[in-house]
Design a protein around this ligand. Structure first.
Ligand code: AMP
Length: 181
């Protein structure tokens, strides 16, 4: 799932995970849990996340490699918030053969910028203060948006209008994945 902060990808990932019976792997959620648990990982990412910047690619590679090695991904998985940079996409592509699979599709949730900021500000998360929301959006445009072209070239991109009701977005994604509605 690809989309700017506030695009609804986390919400949709949760719904799709139930509908498709595959685990939704949210790196943001994993990192927030690590921060809350005050683990070694949490201590390393806390200030970066609080500032709305991205955790470095090598550390994310470790987190994702470990998570994908778990058996619950054997029959598929949904990634929410990873990859977020071109090097992360390269890392994921290098990991996939050892996991015995390939990406089926990359879903891009498209939402106009002014709506993104309004949505993110209404969520009440620790990193949802306005300056941080704008920084996360800046990071998305600079580092994550290049993935759109990358996955378009690979023929994997499915563009979805994310500025609709929750149910409509879910239905559109399932349709785009050929999973029916
Ligand atoms: P999210 O819940 O996906 O919006 O992620 C929340 C925060 O976690 C981001 O603003 C980043 O600081 C960090 N994060 C999550 N996923 C990644 C990733 N793939 N690469 C770097 N940082 C990430």
């Amino acid at each position: 799932m690809l989309g700017a902060p506030g695009s609804g990808k986390g919400t949709q990932a949760g719904i799709l995970s139930r509908r498709l019976a595959v685990p939704a792997i949210s790196t943001g959620e994993m990192l927030r849990e690590a921060v809350a648990a005050e683990s070694e990982l949490g201590r390393r990412v806390d200030s970066v996340m609080a500032a709305g910047r991205l955790v470095d690619d090598d550390l994310m590679a470790e987190v994702v490699r470990e998570r994908l090695a778990r058996r619950d991904t054997d029959h598929g998985f949904l990634l929410d918030g990873y990859p977020r940079t071109l090097p992360q996409a390269a890392t994921l592509e290098a990991m996939l053969p050892t996991l015995g699979g390939d990406l089926d599709a990359v879903v891009l949730l498209e939402v106009p910028q002014e709506i993104l900021v309004r949505r993110a500000l209404g969520r009440g998360r620790a990193d949802d203060e306005e300056g941080v929301v704008r920084e996360r959006l800046r990071q998305y445009l600079e580092k994550t948006e290049p993935l759109v072209g990358h996955y378009e070239d690979a023929g994997l991109l499915r563009r979805i209008d994310g500025n609709r009701t929750l149910d409509e977005v879910t239905a559109q994604v399932l349709l785009a994945l050929g999973a029916g509605v």
